[in-house]
Ligand binder design. Structure first.
Ligand code: SF4
Ligand code: SF4
Length: 216
């Protein structure tokens, strides 16, 4: 059967009318910033203080795009007669984001919570070499890492927080001024003041009040 002349135009106009009344889902980036979920994989931040240069992340990275250099340093014994210790000192930590496939394995395997996802994604470069972020830049990304979600009500306090709180309490107790004994004069004055016998208030409440005698 031959198509009715003008039916294609009518169908097209019907689609146009339908979509005109729907809410637009296109975000006008960069004028409108996208509303990203908190666990977006944008870029990786390095919390250098936690890194022990264990090399696990570099070994597990499937793209071999984490570069770590370090050297060993001898730490003198903490107590007289104690043993010297050696520790790794980080010289270089870099991630090549032109190779990274954002799998997150490095973050999962880090045993010391030194790597974190940041939702930041605006770091496109015209020179591919600029996509290798050295430790200073990786550290700067840490400022954009969102805070972890709140714990469920009644959940156990994380070990790190409990330890940090105990240390802070101990430091505060050490820094607090010592409690001084009251001056001798004050002690003497306090001794002269008449004191209310113990249980006095109870006696008063137990005694019948005027007008209550004979009641009940
Ligand atoms: S996210 Fe994956 S590919 Fe990227 S640096 Fe980490 S382990 Fe390597
Ligand atoms: S796994 Fe963690 S602690 Fe070990 S080298 Fe990588 S970032 Fe540092």
């Amino acid at each position: 059967m031959a198509p009715i002349p003008g039916s294609g135009l009518a169908k097209g106009l019907a689609v146009t009318l339908r979509t005109m009344t729907k809410k637009s889902v296109t975000a006008q980036y960069p004028d409108t910033q996208p509303d990203l979920p908190p666990r977006t994989r944008g870029v990786i931040g390095l919390f250098e203080e936690n890194c022990t240069v264990c090399m696990l992340c570099a070994r597990e990275c499937p793209d071999w795009c984490i570069y770590i250099d370090s050297h060993k340093e001898t730490v003198p014994a903490a107590t007289p007669g104690g043993r010297e210790r050696s520790r790794n000192v980080l010289d270089r930590f870099a991630i090549d984001f032109s190779l990274c496939m954002y799998c997150g394995i490095c973050i999962e395997v880090c045993p010391f919570d030194a790597l974190f996802w940041s939702p930041e994604f605006e770091y496109a470069e015209t020179d591919i070499r600029e996509l290798t972020h050295e430790r200073d830049k990786l550290r700067e990304w840490m400022w954009t890492v969102p805070a972890p979600p709140a714990l469920d009500p009644g959940a156990e306090e994380p070990k790190e927080l409990a330890t940090a709180r105990k240390t802070a309490d101990k430091l505060a107790a050490q820094q607090a001024p010592p409690v001084t004994e009251p001056h001798a004069d004050e002690q003497a004055r306090a001794a002269e003041q008449p004191t209310r016998p113990q249980g006095d208030s109870k006696q008063q409440t137990d005694q019948p009040q005027p007008g209550q005698e004979g009641q009940g």
